[in-house]
Design a binder for this molecule. Structure first.
Ligand code: KG4
Ligand code: ZN
Length: 335
């Protein structure tokens, strides 16, 4: 049987990414052009700048991926692309590039949900064992997703306000740390101790939803109140306290959901999965649960990339999911 080759394109935020995946699981090319340097001085992603960079980079990155895989486009079986959610102007660059490629080379076009991509990054590490639960934590999302089988996503909990990564980035800004702040808070947290009492939003009994805006505001207030009193708060202790509060809620709810849903695997996904404290806390929580396998992809597959989009696209392709040339970017797409 001929190898299946899927080319994936991801442009939902600030990385222009193209990858080629063989037989759903094997990375043959994975190119990511990051724009972080351009957005840093604004303290966050500027949508218009993101779109412009995507336009400049997209064809370069596609060619680079084909070169890396030593393939010509004729050998590709289908083009998978992130259709949403994300920044509309950014998404449109990827969607239009994918449509142009599919049209010019007469290849099937497969639309992929960005979060499905984050979850399927795990399939590049191990085979998925259903039923499973994915904890998706990124700059735009905090979700617990239950999957009974391939391509079936049931959101059992999600954030009601800020995403976990968004809270990290906003707290980092309060502490005058560069964007994106998550890795800086993570590093600082390991230098301090959680000496400051911060809230945890458990929400209603039994709820798997999350809320991080109250915690974020509590951190900001703590800093401002101290400033007014002419005191300084050790940033490493504040970072450690904030990180402990985020991880406590994420891990506790995940452990409870794993027990209730009786899953075989727990997958970690999204940029915040890079967090050392979160990884360690999950590993500890599941170390004594031999019947549940905890999967944590390497950092490069946790942050935005196109390998994950091609991996998800491979499954959607086999399920017969196709888009025609009327495919549009959907910034608020539900999974
Ligand atoms: O998945 P991602 O690359 O983009 C989105 O789809 O949002 O996630 C980016 C987010 C940012 O908010 C960033 O601060 C956060 O992931 N992040 C971290 C860490 N590394 C990245 N948050 C906490 N600890 C980290 N080590
Ligand atoms: Zn993402």
């Amino acid at each position: 049987k001929k190898d299946q080759l899927i080319l994936g394109i991801e442009t939902s935020c600030d990385e222009t990414a193209v990858a080629i995946i063989k037989n759903g699981r094997e990375i043959t090319a994975n190119v990511v052009a990051s724009q972080i340097e351009s957005h840093k001085r604004f303290g966050g992603v500027v949508p218009e700048i993101a779109s412009r960079h995507h336009v400049e980079q997209i064809t370069v990155v596609i060619e680079e991926a084909l070169k890396q895989a030593n393939l010509s486009f004729a050998e590709i079986d289908a083009v998978a692309v992130t259709e949403g959610p994300g920044l509309v102007g950014a998404l449109l660059i990827g969607v239009n590039a994918a449509k142009a490629l599919a049209f010019a080379h007469n290849k099937p076009l497969v639309p992929v949900h960005h979060i499905a991509g984050h979850i399927y990054a795990n399939r590049l590490v191990t085979e998925l064992k259903f039923p499973l639960l994915a904890l998706v934590v990124s700059g735009g999302h905090t979700e617990l997703v239950y999957m009974k089988e391939h391509g079936q996503f049931e959101v059992i909990g999600e954030t009601r306000d800020d995403a976990a990564g968004e809270a990290y980035d906003k707290v980092a800004r309060t502490l005058n740390l560069p964007y994106p702040g998550g890795p800086h808070i993570d590093r600082l947290a390991h230098e301090g101790s959680p000496t400051i009492d911060l809230p945890r939003a458990w929400l209603e009994e039994g709820s798997y939803d999350f809320s991080f805006s109250g915690l974020k505001s509590a951190v900001i207030n703590t800093v401002h109140n101290a400033e007014q009193r002419g005191e300084t708060i050790a940033p490493e202790n504040l970072a450690a306290s904030f990180q402990e509060s985020v991880i406590d809620v994420l891990v506790t709810k995940t452990v409870r959901a794993v027990a209730e849903y009786g899953v075989n695997q727990i997958l970690l996904a999204g940029g915040v999965a890079a967090n050392k404290g979160l990884r360690a806390a999950l590993e500890k929580a599941f170390s004594d649960k031999a019947d549940v396998e905890l999967v944590i992809p390497p950092l490069s597959l946790c942050t935005d990339n196109a390998a994950m989009i091609a991996a998800a696209g491979s499954v959607m392709f086999e399920k017969g999911i196709r888009a025609d040339l009327s495919l549009n970017a959907i910034p608020g797409l539900d999974i």
